[in-house]
Structures are given as C-alpha cells and as structure tokens.
Ligand binder design. Sequence first.
Ligand SMILES: [Cu+2]
Length: 354
Amino acid sequence: MDERVNQLRFTRRQFIRTAGVVGAGAGLTAACATLTTPTPAAENAAATDAMGMETAPVAQAEPDYKAIDAAHKAQVDKFLANIGKDPDFWGQDLPYTMDGNTKVFEITAKNIDWDTGGGQIIKNAYTYNGVVPGPIIRVTEGDNVRVNVKNEMKLSTTVHWHGVLVPNKMDGVGFVNQDPIVPGQTFTYEFVARNPGSHMYHSHHDAAEQVTKGMMAGFIIEPKDKSKDPAYDKEFVMVLNDTGIGLTINGKGFPYTQPMTAKLGEKLRIRYMNEGLLIHPMHLHGIPQLVFAKDGWNLASPYTVDTLNIAPGERYDVLVDCTEPGLWAFHCHILTHAESAKGMFGMVTVLVVE
Ligand SMILES: [Cu+2]
C-alpha cells in the first residue's frame, strides 16, 4: 500500500515536471488576475453591439488565450489531484461461491444516482450491484456458470451475455428468449463458458435506456490454455459509454478518470469494450498498440495501430509494451469527445510509464 502511495506521489511529481506545470504556475496566477480586467474578446463584443446589425462584418473577436489556457490547466490539475482517489476505477472482479462444480454469481439490478465525477449526478442510473460499469464476471473456459439476477428496480429487465456462446434460452433478450425479469423477481442464468475472450453483459430490455445509463459490464472468460494469448503483466478493462451517462471511460469522465500506471518494460493488456451508441477511435500517444483479438477471438495476424476504432458492441484486446517512460495522453480521437475550450473532458486518461 505504501509503495502504491509512493508510486502515485512520484507519478504526480513526474507529471507536474513533464507538463511544466510548476514553471508556469507563477505566470498563471498573474494571468488569472488580469482576467478581471476587460479582455480583448469582451471589448470586441461590446464594440460589435454598439455598431448594431448594419455594420459590415467585423473582425473576429480576439481569442482569449489566457482563459482557455487557465481552463485547460485547471482540468489537468483536477486530474492530478484525483489520482488514487477512485481505487475501483479499473474494475473489480465479482466474487463467487461454489455449488458443486458450478461458479455462482449474484447480481442485483438497482437504480441509484451515479456520479460521473465532481458531482455530475446521473439520476436513477441503472446498475448491477450499484456500480457503473457493473462488476467484472471472470471465469475460465469450461466453467459451469450460474448468475442469479435479482431485480430491485421499478422496471423490468433482462441480462444478455454479449459475445458469450450460451444456450438459446439463456441469451437474455426480452420476449425472444425469456419474459422480462419483473420488479422483485429473481431470474437464474446458467451456462457453460465455452469461448474464451473479452465479452460483456448488459441489459437487453429497453436497452437503449438501461445500457446507456449504466447496465453494462465486462464478462471475461480466461482461456484454459493461456499460451495462445500474448504474455502480459497487468490488465485494464476499459468500458466506453457516451449517451445516457455521457462521454465516459468506466463510468467517469475526465478529470475524474484514473491513469493507467506501469513500470518501464511492463506489458499491458487492454480490453476495450464499447457499450455506447457511438464509435470511439481510442488513441494512445507514444507507444503502439498491438491488436491481437477482436470480439474475444484471437486474430490470425495481429496488427499494430496508434488509433483503434471501436464500434458499439465491439471488443478489442491490445498489448501495450511500455518501453517509453513518461506520461502519455490516451483519449478518444473524436476530439469533441475529449476536449473543448473549457479543457479536456470525457474520454481521456493518461498512461504513466515510470
Ligand atoms: Cu469518442
């Protein structure tokens, strides 16, 4: 624990040094003081008003670089201050009990108010066990799996095991495979985990509402024979969303996301899962991403990218070989999902290699 805290401290110091934030500090304070005096932009706007509608097109207002810079710095400062304050950000595996040779998981569907960061509350978000995204269900290829789903909401729901090969009756689509699980009811899903890989589970009843507002999670089937996957030191599950709870990574928007941290030379496995309604080209600076699996299926020919487009429903597994020290921005490259004049927001995090 102490080591982790020290790592985070080191990370912050290093980040500040790398970003040159310390050197800019005094200048920024001065800049903030001058913001109380009329800015060129404000003067320009006043002149435009005085001139009225008949005037010829006037020169565009001077961009207020000091305000924009200050807003950007403030967002990065918030990110730094928040490092380590959300230890569950990268997801928790759901504990299970054994019933004979069956792994038994308990899921409760419930509505809660979810904070995507800094008090941005989503009223009545839909959750599994009260978290967004839901807890990760992790099993091994060949396991017998049982999931008891208790519905504590005032609305019906179902659970679909996205990408997992299950018997038809267990596929979880309302009125196609089963009646919806009504309020107060518990429904039991049971199947054998046949196909290894990065999968998901989510609502499949009123799903545009329920999934985009939080009912989404990773379902990971570890292969029996791990030699078919590349070796890695650490894993990160990245659940993307964009609509009901906004532009988020694992239920949070920048600056309330957490960085990925790695030691120099470590290999990371990132499992991308898009549970949103939009595509998200995820761009990691400085270090290439080796794409080795799509939708849980290992690729015959892995390939290297710096930007990986992930469509709704898709999963990709990539390997990142942390050979380059520093702080590497990591964000969706639809830039309106990541940045505005008010600074970076939404689908942004940082890879820290130290
Ligand atoms: Cu995006």
